[in-house]
Design a protein around this ligand. Structure first.
Ligand code: SF4
Ligand code: SF4
Length: 391
């Protein structure tokens, strides 16, 4: 299906059926493609430990082959990431166009440092990039720059956002919610509104890579609940969309139920286009796949376990036959609380966080929302949507 038809279909599903992206069984509906490990920043929490490139990163033709295979598998959206993907700008421009030609919607996560002119933003738009994720972690420039470890990063990110808005490129602000900054969300919301932005993806820390060094900044259950409640309140009066990424795949269902239980109604715009109409909770290896710069394939960028390498086997073969992916798809393999939980099939816990914090990718997720769900009267039957975990 061509890209225009696909967008029309998504819009109709959203408007008429109230449903997000269609999830077909055993399909990597969303894929993330890290084109380089090189980065101009040195973020404290970076799961990819980005700085220098791998010596053997995929070439543009190899990347195109991956996209051909993803199209065959039924992938609908492809998120380019890194490192900083625009360090390989030629690859991004070529592959974004190629994804569009193959009926896949391309998006990109970038720190914004290389989008400082209108020309740079227009190039991305003309290549077919549909949305950009740009991070703002704090309303205080120094705090943002501290997390990103390079002075001036906040100013560049704000400038990139303004430029993208000028050329009408969709921007989703991404923000890493930690113990040190979650209380600033109200100020952040004000800042984003002043920039005419209405979409925010909040990341819950999955302490992989350098993120292990800041593990103690992971929000507590109480703090996470405080954030959820705040987001629910905002949505009662404002047309703002919030996603939760990095290991809270049930956020759309939980927040929807919170609204019901509290007798409130979110404004119309609840980011349905970013929902996947499936009931599998953690999508790693089930509806989501990640290609790394050297061709390794991970179930999710936050779960650094190798399902294969596209230089040794093609993507289609890896998707259908990898023992790791097969293990993830059978939730009876889960251990501990997740293994015996009534939400096992609809949640499954964040496999990346389980791996990071217990060393067992089939073990428990310490950021489990079960207590919140029980308190809000949410049962497995209520779980209807899950969000994209993008990284
Ligand atoms: S492991 Fe699952 S829940 Fe965790 S970030 Fe990845 S896709 Fe999301
Ligand atoms: S124990 Fe918690 S994280 Fe695990 S499946 Fe149940 S609700 Fe999800």
């Amino acid at each position: 299906m061509g890209i225009e038809l696909k967008l029309l279909q998504m819009m109709l599903r959203q408007k008429i059926l109230g449903k997000g992206v269609e999830a077909k069984p055993l399909t990597p509906t969303v894929a993330s493609f890290a084109v380089t490990k090189a980065c101009n920043l040195n973020c404290l929490h970076c799961h990819a430990e980005a700085r220098e490139p791998f010596p053997n990163e995929l070439t543009i033709p190899e990347g195109a082959k991956v996209i051909t295979d993803l199209a065959e598998l039924g992938t609908q959206a492809l998120i380019f990431t890194g490192g900083e993907p625009l360090i390989r700008k030629d690859m991004i421009l070529t592959l974004a166009e190629y994804a569009v030609d193959n009926g896949i919607i391309p998006a990109m996560l970038t720190n914004g440092g290389f989008i400082q002119t209108k020309k740079a933003a227009l190039e991305l738009k003309e290549a077919g990039i549909m949305a950009l994720g740009i991070p703002i972690d704090s309303v205080e420039p120094d705090k943002h720059d501290w997390l990103r470890q390079v002075p001036g990063t906040f100013a560049k990110a704000i400038n990139a956002i303004k430029i993208c808005r000028e050329v009408d490129l969709k921007v989703v602000v991404t923000t890493m919610a930690l113990q040190t900054n979650y209380k600033q969300l109200p100020q952040l919301v004000e800042l984003l509104q002043s920039l005419d932005l209405d979409m925010v993806a909040i990341y819950d820390l999955v302490p992989q890579g350098r993120g292990k060094d800041v593990e103690e900044l992971l929000m507590t259950d109480t703090q996470r609940l405080e954030v959820f409640r705040y987001l629910q309140k905002v949505q009662e009066t404002r047309e703002m969309l919030f996603m939760f990424s990095g290991g809270q795949p049930l956020y759309p269902s939980v927040i929807t139920e919170m609204h019901k239980q509290h007798g409130t109604k979110p404004k119309n715009l609840l980011l349905k286009e970013f929902w996947i109409d499936a009931q599998c909770g953690c999508p790693a290896g089930i509806q989501y796949i990640s290609i790394r710069p050297n061709g390794d394939v991970f179930p999710c960028p936050f779960l650094p376990l190798k399902a294969g390498n596209v230089r040794e086997k093609n993507m289609v073969d890896i998707w259908y036959h990898s023992p790791l992916l097969k293990t993830l798809r059978d939730r009876s393999n889960l251990h501990g609380e997740c293994g015996k939980c009534e939400f096992r099939e609809t949640c499954g816990g964040c496999r990346g966080r389980a791996h990071a914090l217990t060393g067992d990718y089939l073990g428990d997720d310490i950021a489990c929302l079960k207590k919140v769900m029980n308190k809000e009267g949410i049962t497995p039957d209520c779980i209807e949507h899950f969000g994209w975990c993008v990284g």
